[in-house]
Design a protein around this ligand. Structure first.
Ligand SMILES: Nc1nc2c(ncn2[C@@H]2O[C@H](COP(=O)(O)OP(=O)(O)OP(=O)(O)O)[C@@H](O)[C@H]2O)c(=O)[nH]1
Length: 351
């Protein structure tokens, strides 16, 4: 933006030099004006390129650039002689930069400054002395027309700034709402609503990532498939709501027994999957035995005071070298099936 603004000012300088060369304006004030414009451009570019402007609230120096450019344009209006008509369109372009870079409050200030600067410039042209400063008289009607156009440019830019600001604010709100909705959708897509645990989809992704990690950095990876025993009986005897309470209580119990780095997910129905990274099979067996004992020893009390006695069967499997996650899951499932077959309420480790 600063580069584009500098280019605009350079074009303006060239136009003013042409006007002076054609004898329409006194070259001395035009040269001084050129010097002041170049100094302003150099100062802005230097401050921005050096990074010094980053310590200001407005690092692009938009307010300073706009005010400086308006001041230069107002002076050009005075010294350009009969070519002063080029000033209002230049002012319009300057204000366009402001529309996108200034707040409505700043723009009101800039517009007031512009009105004052061009009012003073108009007065200088009509009644200003000495004559070298204000070459070329103009009919009062033309002065009024220029002032009118200048006012229109300044006021409409202010209104446009408010519109742009409101649109930006609305977009900002919509963006935030969208981000919140996305986070909620992500949460719903990866969590089991009943237990609050990660769901099957999340666990499959975790399994895939863990497997990749183990391939790069070999470490023991254990998988445990936990299934509540005779859960259908609980549902049938006490109702589905009681079954839900049991599932929630079971999830809490297991979560409390395992490490925070272990991933426990609801695999589906009354089945849960526990992923233990960097854990030896013997340690995993001890842990799952502790889980089994805790579940068996902790009755779940329903809201009506009924105590449910749960037991859990677990199949454990350790990832073998070059084994895929499906094969690992299958081995854990087979171990679970055997645990059920051998009488439930036990932990079996796959061979
Ligand atoms: N309350 C409740 N029950 C569920 C939910 N998901 C699955 N179930 C029930 O869990 C029961 C699973 O029954 P089965 O697959 O026969 O297993 P089981 O009765 O535990 O028998 P074993 O696993 O062989 O010990 C079914 O009655 C399902 O309706 C749930 O979200 N809430």
């Amino acid at each position: 933006m600063a580069g584009l603004a500098a280019l605009l000012m350079l074009c303006y300088i060239v136009a003013m030099q042409l006007v002076a060369a054609a004898g329409l304006a006194d070259p001395v004030p035009v040269h001084w004006w050129t010097l002041a414009c170049c100094a302003g451009i150099a100062a802005v570019l230097l401050l921005i390129r050096s990074g010094y402007s980053r310590r200001f609230a407005d690092p692009a120096l938009t307010l300073f650039q706009t005010v400086y450019a308006i001041a230069c344009t107002a002076v050009a209006y005075v010294i350009a002689g009969p070519a002063r008509g080029i000033a209002p369109p230049i002012l319009a372009v300057i204000m366009m930069f402001g529309i996108f870079g200034l707040t409505p409050r700043q723009m009101v200030g800039v517009a007031l400054f512009g009105l004052l600067a061009f009012g003073a410039a108009g007065a200088a042209v009509q009644w200003g002395q000495p004559s070298w400063l204000v070459p070329g008289s103009q009919p009062p009607a033309l002065a009024v027309a220029y002032l009118l156009m200048t006012t229109v440019v300044l006021i409409s830019s202010t209104f446009l700034t408010v519109r742009v600001h409101n649109t930006r604010t609305r977009l900002h709100h919509q963006k935030r709402e969208l981000a919140e909705a996305l986070a909620q959708i992500r949460e719903l897509a990866t969590r089991d609503e009943l237990t609050g645990l990660p769901n099957r989809r999340y666990m499959l992704e975790m399994l895939r990532l863990e497997q990749l990690r183990v391939q790069r950095n070999p470490q023991p990876l254990l998988l445990a498939l936990l299934d509540l025993d005779h859960f259908k009986t609980i549902n049938d005897t006490h109702g589905h709501a009681a079954g839900d309470v049991a599932l929630q209580a079971f999830a809490r119990m297991v979560r409390a027994c395992v490490r925070s780095s272990d991933i426990l997910a609801r695999w589906g129905g009354e089945e849960f999957l526990l992923l233990m990274s960097n854990t030896q099979a013997a340690d995993g067996m001890r842990l799952m035995e502790r889980v089994r004992a805790t579940v068996a020893a902790t009755p779940v009390v329903l809201p009506d005071g009924t105590a449910l006695h749960l037991t859990v069967s677990t199949g454990l499997a350790q990832l073998a070298p070059h084994e895929g996650s499906e094969a690992l899951l299958h081995r854990a499932d087979t171990a679970l099936y055997q645990a059920k077959h051998q009488g439930r309420n036990r932990v079996l480790c796959a061979a």
